[in-house]
Design a protein around this ligand. Structure first.
Ligand code: 2AM
Ligand code: CA
Length: 262
């Protein structure tokens, strides 16, 4: 079994649990984290706990990095075999049900670099899988980014974690709003970034994301021919403190970078 098989099996095995919880979400336990709209549910905790148990059983000694609790820290040795999980990305969407756009995101990294990745959108059932150097796929179909060449013709997605991110966006990113063709804001970094890989979206911009928010979808986009960087154009390394990132179809990357201040 490869690491990609392990990821696929875990996602398949947990889809029904998440669907059932979403269908009965008024009964799901919800608490808050950093601020009143930073939510945590029993589903986030259960998925992460199940994943840790599976990794410990199949790959003892591997490190798990996850959004919740004691797992939200980086490997002591960055060369370790590491699994990076966001048990539910788009937790707010899950809880409010305004838009059933949320995802389970899992990446496997060696030496601080993504090697395999899987993302499941439990409601639609779409599953994105990628392996370094072997392309990315959604439900078995090979993915390719869009050929949009100009930001003025592009659809870009944005998200904000909280108020501080919005203020930062006003300082650094407001020129994007003046220049790009279409703007969307869905509240799930993982789901939006995967849409760049399918060619439906051309860029994603966020001022402040952690590795579990982008690790898997970054590989999925890169393997579909796209590009990822920090907001200053520098490399997007996995285990760095939370900060901004830009992921695009590649063709509009430099034009988008030039719109960002600071
Ligand atoms: P999450 O749902 O897993 O928290 C838009 O809100 C995007 O930013 C989502 O992908 C969300 O991931 C992420 N995000 C990161 N930090 C956040 C925070 N403190 N509050 C809300 N969303 C956050
Ligand atoms: Ca997240």
């Amino acid at each position: 079994m490869t690491e990609l098989d392990f990821i696929r099996d875990f996602l398949q095995a947990n889809r029904k649990y998440v669907q059932d919880k979403y269908a009965a979400k008024s009964g799901v336990t919800v608490s808050t984290k950093a601020h009143a709209s930073d939510l945590l549910t029993e589903v986030d905790l259960t998925i992460q706990k199940r994943f840790v148990e599976r990794v410990n059983a199949v790959y003892p000694g591997d490190v798990v990095v996850g959004e919740e609790g004691e797992y939200s820290r980086y490997p002591r040795d960055l060369r370790s075999r590491a699994w990076i999980i966001d048990p539910i990305d788009g937790t707010y969407n899950f809880v409010r049900g305004l838009h059933p756009i949320f995802a389970i995101s899992i990446a496997f990294a060696v030496d601080g670099k993504n090697a395999a990745a899987g993302v499941l959108l439990p409601i639609t059932g779409e599953m994105f899988l990628a392996e370094q150097g072997a392309g990315s796929f959604c439900d078995g179909l090979r993915l390719r980014v869009s050929e949009v060449q100009q930001a003025s013709h592009a659809r870009i997605d944005l998200d904000f974690s909280g108020l501080e991110d919005r203020f930062q966006f006003l300082d650094r990113g407001v020129e994007v709003l003046r220049q790009v063709g279409q703007v969307r804001c869905y509240g799930s970094a993982v789901a939006s970034i995967c849409q760049i890989a399918t060619g439906d979206c051309d860029a994603y911009l966020h001022m402040n994301l952690a590795p579990w928010d982008f690790a898997a979808s970054q590989l999925i986009v890169e393997e579909a021919g796209g590009m990822a960087s920090r907001l200053n154009g520098g490399p997007l390394h996995l285990f760095e403190p939370k900060q901004g990132l830009l992921i695009t179809n590649g063709a509009i990357h430099h034009e988008m970078l030039a719109m960002l201040r600071g």
